[in-house]
Design a protein around this ligand. Structure first.
Ligand code: SAM
Length: 469
């Protein structure tokens, strides 16, 4: 029985409720009156229920979809301005005891090179990432209780935070590791992680069991209830995601929103982020093995409808997607992207020889960070390396109190400009720097409060003269 407040996966992602929602959506996909009411509700920027959003997902009326896209674009601007947060994944280990049939890390794959970074190697990898300009990382690891125990993950996080780099430290480490216990989530919280990210892969239980035939990840309830345990362990920023291509996207979309509603109903806070990975070619994996691949237009529709249904959530897109697709979905709602990613273990400090493939999947966007930054700015976005919410030290109490009393425009916007300025000074090519300086000069004027504008100008000048935090 469907119950968003239940702690049981099978009740908050009740299969019958998803099926019923899809039938209701199908019946109403041309019901213009209802569709208009739902779009009107979305305009109030308080989000949509899974049933309402599913009606829009089922709808194929071009003018209604165009309205949704316009609204998604506007909501994105209102909540996030034109900032795009930059991050990079860091693969710690690809040892794994699971049997996920879509993932090259699966235990039976004998031809992938198995690697686990030592702490010294982590220092080298992170330094290579910092040398590019990255400030925010998402660590990734296969599930292997003996080779990658929680102590290894904690030690690695500690190592990352303690690396001193001439241009400043890594200040935010997000973590994407397998579902674990409340006790381990508490340890991750104490280690100072940012967001805990766990992709559901698929919400469809029957498919889930087939796609994860062996290993601890086979346990659907344990996996699906992980965010509740993470929150019990004190982690309040959690990131959801579906691996699109495994199951029917309409099912996943409805269930993903049910998951967000459940978090809100039980914990009073929805997902900090939602990721939208699509299945990719990888060693031992051919995406054509899966029947539910979605085209780029459907993918864009999913992104736009997530944006209007969960307006406050951060939306993440990785280098699984090409430049063209990224360009489209950034406009429709994506707020965080990775750049210059390597999905191999140790791939940042040392390019991997071909015969030694340890990568998780093929990367579509292979541009350098400088190229990605330049591209974003040419499109009118501000690439942000900001982690300011996690580092009062840099901005000081005065700035923080201004932030609290002001809105995003008075806080995140100036922080984004300052971190972009640092990037331009420390890493950018001449051309990128030229474009960036012009962008910053124009964008400073968009800070509403005069006082904040002054502080920002002062900081920018200090950065110009070599002061870093
Ligand atoms: N082992 C952890 C877990 O099970 O959640 C960490 C996850 S793994 C390093 C990160 C994510 O990559 C997975 O959750 C999955 O969604 C995604 N992934 C796996 N195989 C993929 C493929 N062939 N193409 C695209 N994404 C893939």
């Amino acid at each position: 029985m469907y119950n968003p407040k239940s702690l049981k996966a099978e009740e908050f992602i009740d299969h019958n409720e998803v099926e019923d929602t899809l039938n209701y959506a199908e019946q109403n996909k041309n019901n213009v009156k209802l569709i208009d009411e739902i779009i009107e509700k979305a305009k109030r920027r308080k989000g949509l229920s899974h049933r309402e959003a599913s009606v829009l997902m089922a709808c194929d009326l071009p003018e209604k979809i165009a309205e949704c896209y316009d609204l998604a674009e506007q909501i994105k601007k209102d909540f996030y301005g034109n900032r795009i947060v930059m991050f990079a994944p860091l693969y710690l280990s690809n040892y794994c005891v699971n049997g996920c049939v879509y993932c090259p890390y699966h235990m039976k794959n004998k031809h992938i090179a198995r690697k686990k970074l030592t702490q010294e190697e982590i220092v080298r990898e992170v330094t290579a990432l910092q040398d590019m300009g990255h400030k925010r990382l998402a660590i990734e690891a296969g599930e292997h209780p003996e080779i990658n125990p929680i102590e290894y993950i904690l030690e690695s996080i500690n190592t990352i935070y303690s690396i001193k780099h001439k241009n400043g430290a890594i200040r935010r480490v997000n973590v994407n590791i397998a579902a674990t216990t409340v006790e381990n989530y508490r340890k991750l919280k104490d280690a100072g992680i940012g967001t805990y990210i766990l992709f559901q892969e698929t919400y469809h239980k029957e498919s889930y069991l087939k796609l994860h035939p062996t290993g601890p990840k086979h346990d659907y309830a344990y996996h699906t209830e992980a965010m509740g345990r993470a929150m019990e362990g004190g982690i309040d920023d959690v990131g959801l995601g579906v691996l699109f291509g495994l199951e029917l996207y309409k099912y996943e979309f409805a269930a993903l929103l049910m998951h967000a509603e459940h978090l809100e109903a039980v914990h009073g806070v929805g997902p900090h982020t939602i990721s939208v990975p699509r299945i990719k070619r990888a060693d031992d994996i051919d995406p054509d093995m899966f029947d539910n691949g979605i085209d780029d237009e459907t993918f864009a529709k999913i992104c736009a409808l997530i944006r209007i249904s969960v307006p406050y959530t951060g939306m993440i897109i990785s280098t699984r997607e090409s430049k063209a697709v990224r360009e489209k979905v950034i406009r429709l709602g994506v707020s965080q992207i990775s750049g210059a990613s390597k999905t191999s273990v140790g791939g940042y400090s040392q390019p991997e020889p071909e015969e030694e493939n340890s990568a998780q999947f093929d990367v579509s966007d292979q541009r350098t960070l400088d190229e990605v930054v330049k591209w974003l700015m040419e499109l009118g976005y501000i690439p942000s390396f900001c982690t300011a919410c996690y580092r009062e030290g840099r901005t000081g109490d005065r700035f923080m109190s201004l932030c609290k009393s002001g809105q995003i425009a008075n806080c995140c916007h100036p922080n984004a400009l300052m971190t972009l300025k640092e990037f331009l000074m420390d890493y950018a090519s001449t051309e990128t720097r030229k474009i960036g300086e012009a962008l910053i000069a124009a964008e400073v004027n968009n800070i509403p409060k005069e006082k904040v504008r002054e502080i920002c100008r002062d900081h920018l000048e200090k950065i110009e003269h070599g002061i870093r935090d």
